[in-house]
Design a protein around this ligand. Structure first.
Ligand code: COA
Length: 325
């Protein structure tokens, strides 16, 4: 048995922050941001929490799949920005959608989170542990962004995406997954629950800078354009497939130039690399399921198509899987 995605859903907060809005907050401009990143807008959670958005995306995915909440065996939530440490987002979703028969837990692998959740779901289904799994990516990164740092605040946005994965007959494809903690300093956000933070906050009344996202932009860019083509080639080799056998390459939506560079390095038509980062920015673990949901609903995804999903980000971590729609 393999796991097949039988429904998708997403939730995007309605509040939009445009490049022009940002140019009133930091020294930047629409042209620079669009040229270097491809992003025009990002959506920002106001009252919405990571759990709320995850539950909304989950409800829409269940409706799309025609699966009832009681049928869900496991809820896997990838998130780096949960609203509370515990209970987990997965338990909040379980409560909200009344998935009374489901267990659930959260996974933290930054922007690779959804790919790792998808791979875990496949392993559970192949082992016969579970039949129906809800995999979710949800983020409120806006709460972790330093809105005075023009190098990072232009990139990120909030949102959630979900997929219902069900046991079915089909071809099993082996995944590819990597982590390299030695390069972890390239993309960091320190905990606000450490004693150092609490002491610093008590003294100044301000959130210490190192508890916002800090990033070596060029370093992360170089990591992405090198490691993503490698990992895509790795999953294709494991499956005995070539890029020509793949209908869509759904990459984590970090930066238009990263996606274009990956397409070029794989010598593959950029038309096979859909993007929606122009509207949402980088929504970390949510970006792949949000894009999958958009493509599912607008009819771009057709039964039998082969899709590569590939994520990369803090850790450093990166991973890819092949799935058949
Ligand atoms: N607006 C205007 N100028 C800006 C700017 C902004 N928002 N951000 C940086 N700059 C300036 C810099 O200060 C620098 O000026 P200088 O030459 O006078 O020193 C210049 O632009 C170039 O900065 P640099 O950081 O080298 O730009 P870049 O081409 O590498 O683009 C990123 C910066 C962040 C867009 C790019 O590195 C990137 O996208 N990296 C990957 C980040 C990512 O995807 N992270 C998440 C992975 S999951």
């Amino acid at each position: 048995m393999i796991g097949k995605i039988c429904g998708t859903g997403s939730y995007i907060p309605p509040k939009i922050l445009s490049n022009n809005d940002l140019s009133e907050m930091v020294e930047t401009n629409d042209e620079w941001i669009r040229e270097r990143t491809g992003v025009r807008n990002r959506h920002i959670a106001e009252h919405e929490t990571a759990s709320f958005m995850a539950a909304e995306a989950a409800k829409r995915a269940l409706e799309n799949a025609g699966v009832s909440p009681e049928e869900i065996d496991l809820i896997l939530v990838a998130s780096s920005s949960p609203d509370v440490i515990f209970p987990s987002v997965a338990c909040e979703v379980q409560k909200e959608i009344r998935a009374v028969n489901a267990a659930g837990y959260d996974m933290q692998a930054a922007c690779t989170g959804f790919v790792f959740a998808y791979q875990s779901a496949q392993a559970y289904i192949a082992a016969g542990f579970y039949k129906t799994i809800l995999a979710i990516g949800t983020e409120t990164l806006s709460s972790m962004v330093d809105w005075t740092d023009r190098g990072t605040c232009i990139l990120f946005g909030d949102g959630a995406g979900a997929a219902v994965i069900r046991a079915a007959e089909g071809t099993a494809y082996l995944p590819a997954a990597h982590s390299d903690g030695c390069r972890g300093d390239a993309l960091v956000c320190r905990s606000r629950f450490s004693s150092e933070f609490v002491e610093a906050f008590k003294k100044t009344g301000e959130t210490p800078k190192d508890t916002y996202i800090s990033m070596d932009g060029r370093g992360v860019f170089q990591f992405a354009v090198k490691s993503v083509p490698q990992i895509v080639t790795e999953v294709l080799d494991k499956a005995g497939l070539g890029t020509e056998d793949i209908d869509w390459f759904i990459l984590h939506q970090a930066n238009k130039r990263i996606v274009e560079s990956v397409a070029k390095r794989l010598k593959t038509d950029i038309g096979k690399f859909p993007m929606n980062l122009q509207e949402y920015g980088n929504t970390s673990s949510a970006s792949i399921p949000i894009l999958l949901d958009e493509m599912n609903r607008d009819g771009r995804l057709e039964k039998g198509q082969k899709i590569v999903i590939a994520g990369f980000g803090a850790g450093l971590s990166w991973g890819a899987s092949i799935l058949e729609w």
